[in-house]
Design a protein around this ligand. Structure first.
Ligand code: GAL
Length: 432
């Protein structure tokens, strides 16, 4: 198990060696919120990007537990809309710079969290890990991803999988595709068959979903070891294998439909039978499966189905959402109360079945994870690991911003050489 994590751990740990320890306390300065009944409650501002269909259900379930356990606090949902947090993270940056952080915010385990730690934005949570004995319940390699020099800086709520190929079984059948493509080559051969039937071969959402697709095509084309090697010092993003992967990306992108506003409408095109495939993280499962209003209430295997993204079977392209304690949080005690719910078995088992993720805790109630989620639990325990680019594991935020810029240009000019140069430059400027 340990070896599976090492590739990703090595990158982030190398980048954090020698950092000064963080610490300090923000104190409890929350202002009261009137309840209208004469008493007043302190609010706890919880910052995330889980507002949309399929995203918000899990948060609501955890909120309910928080409210039951903490009648002294009001939950203030400070979520900012936009999948993958591109808008939320920009606003968060300005709040952190202005030293007006939310009481707790969502951050991805890995390089993204290491960035917040390095900037001195977070309090360490060793006191909480000691009190709740959390080192015993989270995989130690995951704890490594959120730690610097023995101090842990967040509470992971889940493990998500990025490399899922969602598809509409009826559309595949009509196009004469017998089974989900297992390799990039098979995928590229299938896409025109769908097009010939007048359907969208591969649906796509807003710009970040193109980077999400890129990480999947890189992994599927290069294989796990070569993909993981891209994030090690001295990695060769200019290699001919990367060119080949980017050529594949260009071909696959040429079969995408009109870009949708976010990941949900792109997933919905598959649900409606307008598109055959969508490559998206398993938060899409919550959206497909959860009952309306939150989800589409679809029947799995009939209305939608899934497989590892082409060429990635046996590998879990992982990411993990975690919550933090920012330095200077107005309601520090309230934030800690939230972190306790997020860390708990009860909280994780309420959140994850709706979120479409598996729990970060090793002792969760496995019987609650059915259907796609049962597959995910099984694969998580046996697959090799690779870290997501788009969702904070393998690259820090400046590196991701540079990749996003290159992908944005590529969407317009379709120039593989320019994309590869952009990726080389992004790595050179940001790899640590
Ligand atoms: C990821 C996040 C997931 C999910 C997804 C789509 O970055 O880790 O929990 O919210 O974005 O918005």
């Amino acid at each position: 198990m340990r070896r599976r994590w090492l590739a990703a751990v090595a990158i982030t740990m190398a980048s954090v060696l020698g950092l000064a320890a963080c610490g300090g306390s923000g104190g409890d300065k929350a202002g009261p919120t009137s309840t209208g009944g004469g008493e007043s409650k302190k609010q706890v501002e919880v910052f995330s990007w889980w507002t949309g269909p399929g995203e918000a259900d899990g948060l609501k379930a955890m909120r309910k537990i928080f409210e039951t356990n903490n009648p002294q606090y009001t939950f203030f949902d400070a979520a900012v809309a936009g999948g993958s947090g591109d808008k939320a993270k920009a606003l968060l940056q300005s709040k952190l710079q202005a030293k007006t952080p939310p009481d707790t915010f969502q951050g991805h385990a890995g390089a993204e969290l290491q960035g917040y730690i390095k900037n001195g934005d977070l309090e360490d949570l060793n006191f909480l890990y000691d009190e709740l004995k959390l080192r015993d319940v989270f995989p130690s390699q995951l704890v490594d991803q959120i730690s610097v020099e023995g101090k842990v800086y967040s509470v992971p709520v889940n493990i998500h999988r990025s490399n899922v190929l969602w598809f509409n079984p009826k559309v595949l059948k009509d196009a004469g595709i017998a089974a989900a493509p297992k390799s990039i080559e098979e995928f590229i051969a299938d896409l025109p068959k769908v097009k010939a039937k007048g359907k969208i071969p591969l649906s796509i959402g807003s710009e970040w979903t193109a980077t999400h697709l890129l990480e999947n095509v890189l992994l599927g084309s290069l294989g796990t070891d070569a993909y993981n090697a891209l994030f090690k010092p001295g990695a060769n993003w200019g290699a001919p294998e990367v060119t080949k992967a980017l050529d594949n990306y260009k071909t696959i992108m040429s079969f995408t439909g009109p870009p949708q506003d976010d990941w949900q409408p792109a997933a919905q095109q598959v649900a409606k039978g307008e598109a055959a495939f969508n490559i998206m993280g398993d938060w899409a499962y919550g959206y497909f499966h959860n009952p309306p209003e939150g989800g589409l209430g679809l029947t799995s295997k009939t209305d939608f189905d899934w497989a590892p993204a082409p060429g990635t079977e046996g590998t879990y392209l992982w990411l993990s959402d975690s919550f933090t304690l920012p330095k200077g949080a107005k309601n520090r005690d309230g934030a800690i109360a939230w972190l306790k719910v997020a860390a708990s078995k009860e909280g994780q088992d309420a959140f994850n079945p709706l979120k479409g993720s598996i729990p970060a805790r090793k002792d969760a109630d496995q019987s609650l994870y059915k259907d796609y989620l049962a597959d995910a639990l099984k694969d998580w325990s046996s697959n090799k690991l690779a870290g997501s680019i788009q969702h904070g594991v393998s690259v820090n935020q400046p590196w991701l911003a540079a990749i996003t810029e290159s992908v944005g240009l590529f969407i317009k000019d379709k120039d593989v050489a320019a994309l590869q140069k952009g990726l080389v430059d992004a790595a050179t400027a940001n790899a640590q």
